[in-house]
Design a protein around this ligand. Structure first.
Ligand code: IVH
Length: 802
């Protein structure tokens, strides 16, 4: 009797040993992959393989919680929240660096180093001794100390005042590229590593986008974001932030280390700690300056923010000899880049009108030098941004200029707000044309519901009657990637508009020699050249033409996609929004923009004029097979946006019904619907209500008809046609039909359960033959197949429908 439990216990312990072994193996593999990914920057396996190993480990640890250890790669999610951070004393103080701003400051530093070491200076006969310097970028994040004991991460701390910092152990453990366990073996028993925790530019953008979406406050810059993320009492918050670590030195150490700074960093790298890929050795001050310039040129392209470079005497014996002055080492210096952020006064906010009428607030600033350039204007994007910044006219604002990017207002120094500061107000009339200014509405359509909210964009409603919009629209229309009219620069467009010669893009094609030659700067030859360029633009591809129209949200790629998929201007003009969303990357918003652009009477008129005045579109053809093949009936049902019916419900309905008409019939068949599986009661009710509204039935039929007209065929179409009047029959359409198109006739027949075939055989039930029918009609008579003309066909349809 006692044998069985013993056997059970033995089995259990064998299973546990096996799990323990596998867990160790998985951790080892994952640590190795992490090392290759984060430290060597040479990923060894695809992400999917990593995820598979990670998930296996997670599952095993969930099964055997007793085998979970603190330094397992799964333990980076962040533990319990703290009430307050504990304090950490830095046995080796965390120092700061002296700064060099000018090249001369660096040369002086190098001279002091050589003097301090009693090395000869440069003279007429040579450069003197060249010091070896380690060169690294100065990352813009915050300094942290990581303590490893016996190769395991036991503590993380902030710099604090340099002598005492905060204990952020739980938080640093969530930073993906900080090893929880050192790699290799020959590390010192006690090793305190120092470096910078920072956020990449991409990580910062992504975090801010997330913050804004969830209604949170965005961070002003990656540095603030990194600091705010690391100093969180709840480590789970830290874990959700894209933080990274880069190592630049050491603190307390018990054990052996190399005798140069670069040697130490290389050892740290072998032990799994990430160091800067830009680390270099420079011999002498001139080489340091060359490094400074090279990194300065790379600054914009680096994936993270830096505010300078750091030079350190590489030889540790020299470092010891030089020692410290106050709280700065004599052996290291930060050579700063010009600041990209400065403070200045916001003198006024003006509003500019863009191509689509959007009114953008622009900050007029008291001129200030930022990174070597005088800045007197900065973008404020939109009124949401103004509200977010809480900025008022008269405020002291922080302005940033990076690379070629338009200067931006980052924030306000609230304490310096003057008593007479004024709020920023959107004008009620367009500053250019005086038309009304309206706030755009954000319409979200989801599952049959439309929700309207206030957008952040204000628009002048004047459109092409507004000279600002007209000018921008024409500048866009003639641009190189649109109609490509050579010689029609911005200034000339402005003149044409100002003189009233052009009031829509179509008017460009009415310009004559006399009008052009009268413009500033035009003579006979240049006038003829411009007219020839206008003439030469008359045969654009469909894609260029669509792009040139300047439909909001339709860039070059979307224009190409529309042209390729739908093949003709007419189809693009008529496409229903639901049909447009079948195109890859066209969401509901863009689809509505396109649709309403072509619905607009004025736009319609301009397009008609362009065609009348000789625009001859190239590359028009049928809809592309790629588009035609991308539909499924389930997708179609989903796009009807019936509330409570998501993708799975739509799929189940599509499988059951197989066609729109059958679906409509199902929605009206209470009994059939109530026994249907795969759809809950609420969804069934919603389906019934949806098709009970004639406008929904009409809309669904219109969408379906258009899809078919555009050549779509349902992939998953299930031919449940039993019970339909033409079930089991095969029809053939030939010749031209007058009352309805062949495509329409095809849809009608299919909806009645018939198959529509392309050729006549003995199995054909009936041939519909219009004028011009040829061989198919002959074949039908030969085989004795029934033939109907259009009139008889229509009568038959009517009879069947009734
Ligand atoms: S060395 C004794 N190296 O700059 C030398 N610091 O003002 C201690 N920093 O608090 C610092 N990148 O946060 C060093 N490659 C780098 C650095 C770096 C950024 C920061 C660090 C420090 C501050 C010094």
């Amino acid at each position: 009797m006692t044998e069985a439990p013993q056997r059970d216990a033995a089995q259990r312990s064998a299973a546990q040993t096996e799990a323990a072994q596998r867990i160790l193996q998985l951790r080892g593999e994952l640590d190795e992959h992490n090392y290759r990914y984060y430290v060597l920057d040479e990923p060894s396996v695809p992400d999917a393989e990593y995820d598979r190993l990670f998930n296996e480990l997670k599952a095993l640890e969930a099964e055997h919680p007793e085998l979970v250890s603190r330094d397992s790669p799964t333990q980076r999610v962040g533990g319990e929240a703290l009430a307050a951070f504990g304090q950490v004393r830095h046995e080796v103080p965390m120092l700061s660096l002296g700064n060099a701003f000018e090249e001369q400051d660096l040369l002086d530093f190098d001279r002091r180093v050589r003097e301090g070491l009693d090395l000869p200076g440069g003279d007429l006969f040579g450069d003197g001794a060249l010091i070896d310097y380690s060169c690294e970028p100065k990352l813009d994040g915050l300094a942290v100390s990581l303590l490893y004991q016996d190769g395991r991460l036991v503590r993380g701390a902030t710099r604090g005042d340099g002598s005492t910092g905060e204990d952020i152990s739980s938080n640093v453990r969530t930073v993906r590229n900080i090893p929880l366990k050192l790699h290799g073996e020959d590390w010192p028993g006690v090793l305190e590593v120092r470096g910078e925790v920072f956020m990449s530019k991409a990580g910062f953008e992504a975090l801010n986008a997330r913050q804004l979406e969830s209604g949170g406050k965005p961070f002003a810059n990656p540095r603030n974001a990194a600091a705010g993320s690391l100093r969180q009492l709840d480590p789970k918050v830290t874990a959700s932030r894209p933080l990274e670590f880069c190592c630049y030195g050491i603190g307390r150490v018990e054990g052996e280390l190399p005798d140069s700074h670069i040697g130490i960093l290389q050892a740290l790298k072998r032990w799994g700690l990430p160091i800067s890929p830009e680390l270099k050795l420079a011999k002498g001050a001139e080489a340091c300056l060359a490094y400074y310039r090279a990194i300065g040129e790379k600054r914009d392209a680096l994936p993270y923010e830096i505010d300078g470079v750091v030079f350190k005497v590489d030889n540790l014996a020299f470092q010891r000899e030089l020692g410290f002055r106050a709280r700065e080492p004599r052996w290291a210096i930060a050579h700063k880049f010009p600041a990209r952020e400065e403070v200045t006064e916001l003198l006024d906010v003006e509003f500019q009108v863009g191509r689509t009428g959007a009114i953008t607030p622009v900050a007029r600033l008291k001129p200030v030098q930022v990174a070597g350039v005088t800045v007197s204007n900065a973008t404020l994007h939109n009124m949401d941004e103004v509200a977010r910044l809480g900025v008022m006219i008269g405020d002291s604002v922080i302005v940033r200029r990076a690379g070629d990017v338009i200067p931006q207002v980052l924030g306000v120094i609230a304490e310096r707000r003057p008593a007479d500061a004024r709020a920023v107000q959107v004008p009620s009339q367009c500053p250019v044309c005086g038309s009304a200014v309206e706030r755009t509405q954000l319409i979200k359509r989801s599952k049959g519901k439309e929700s309207v909210s206030e957008g952040s964009i204000y628009r002048c409603v004047g459109r092409l009657a507004c000279q600002a919009q007209l000018k921008q629209a024409i500048i866009h229309f003639v641009s190189r990637r649109a109609m490509d009219i050579d010689g029609l620069g911005d200034k000339i467009v402005e003149q044409l508009v100002d003189e009233g010669l052009v009031s829509s893009p179509a008017d460009l094609y009415t310009l004559g020699f006399d009008q052009v030659v009268a413009l500033d700067g035009f003579a006979e030859v240049s006038s003829n050249n411009l007219l020839a360029a206008i003439e030469a633009s008359k045969r654009p591809t469909l894609a260029r033409f669509i792009y040139a129209l300047g439909i909001p949200d339709v860039g070059e790629e979307t224009a190409k996609l529309l042209a390729r998929a739908l093949g003709s201007l007419q189809r693009i003009e008529q496409a229903l929004p639901e049909v447009l969303t079948y195109l890859p990357d066209v969401g509901q918003e863009v689809a509505h923009e396109i649709h309403s652009f072509f619905q607009d009477g004025h736009n319609h008129e301009v397009i008609a004029q362009l065609l009348e005045r000789g625009i001859d579109l190239q590359e028009e053809g049928g809809p592309h097979a790629e588009f035609a093949a991308c539909a499924s009936f389930a997708g179609f049902v989903d796009k009807l946006n019936i509330s409570g019916i998501a993708a799975t419900g739509a799929k189940n309905l599509a499988d059951k019904a197989g066609s729109l008409e059958a679906l409509i019939a199902l929605s009206q068949d209470w009994l059939e619907l109530s026994v249907m599986k795969g759809l809950n009661g609420r969804a069934k009710q919603a389906l019934r209500e949806f098709f009970a509204k004639p406008q929904n039935v009409e809309r669904a039929r219109a969408i379906e008809a258009q899809l078919r007209e555009f050549g779509m065929h349902w992939h998953s179409e299930k031919k449940i046609v039993e019970g339909l009047p033409l079930a089991g029959q095969t029809w053939v359409l030939t010749g031209s039909l007058e009352v309805m198109s062949r495509d329409e006739a095809k849809v009608k027949l299919e909806n009645l359960g018939a198959k529509v075939a392309g050729s006549v055989s003995a199995k054909t039930t009936c041939v519909v033959a219009g004028p011009g029918a040829g061989s198919k009609l002959a074949k039908a008579s030969e085989l004795g197949v029934k033939v109907l003309d259009e009139e008889a066909f229509l009568a038959e349809l009517e009879r069947l429908a009734g």
